[in-house]
Design a binder for this molecule. Sequence first.
Ligand code: NAI
Length: 270
Amino acid sequence: MAYNLLKGKKGIIFGALDPNSIAWKTAERVHEEGGEFVLTNAPIAMRMGQINELAEKTNSEIIPADATNEEDLKNLVEKSMEILGGKLDFVLHSIGMSVNVRKGRHYTDENYSFTEKGWDVSALSFHKVMQSLYKAEAMNQWGSIVALTYMAAQRTFPDYNDMADNKAYLESVARSFGYFFGKEHKVRVNTISQSPTPTTAGQGVKGFDGFINYAEKMSPLGNATADDCANYTVSLFSDLTKKVTMQNLFHDGGFSNTGVSQEVIDEFSK
Ligand code: NAI
């Protein structure tokens, strides 16, 4: 059901790779709610991905940008304002990748050049995106910036590897930049801490099936899906959440506040 929550709002959506991507679902929901946007992804992801299909469906243009490259980001922000005809109201950062995870390097055996690359893509890129927006004065007052994160930033999940550290950094950047964006431009900055979700990035985590099933059994409401996440993001882009900022918002069916569930106890009582 659509409520026209984003009518007249304009923005940029990073990270739609394929129809499973959280950013893909979010783009579809934002479009349904009347928002207009530019889609962006790393040039290499565009060659492999199906983003054209999404662009057609949502009447959007695509501008390639490597989120670690400041020149690309400057160009993206300028061109987006030209295409959309003004400043922006919302930005979604939905980007993550660990080279150590991809190459099967254990947390206790990191290759630090892999670590740096993964940190740049997954965490520092959020600062780079916001700095590009800030310097270009690209955000309208009461705009909203959201990035996606995972609870491994607070609690240890052994197979989440160096992404745990990247997410801790990302969440800190949201608070730190959120202060300046709030003070200077009345723009809010938040991270959504999402349940495990079967996407390309999610399934890269070792033992993902066990991981997602465990989370499902531990969450009183069950795991939040990518569609649920898209809905939550729409609410954060809307005018209904104007004073929510500098928060890490758990969107996980209650997982983060559950010590143990009856289902998990039952498994161990067999
Ligand atoms: P996905 O694989 O569909 O999306 C990740 C995106 O990052 C891809 O579109 C990829 O092309 C993009 N990307 C990688 N390097 C880039 C670069 N240099 N510049 C620009 N874009 C780049 O996977 P998903 O799950 O939709 O991931 C989105 C976000 O959600 C990530 O931040 C992820 O860590 C987070 N998240 C995912 C969870 C899951 O279980 N899938 C759980 C909690 C958070």
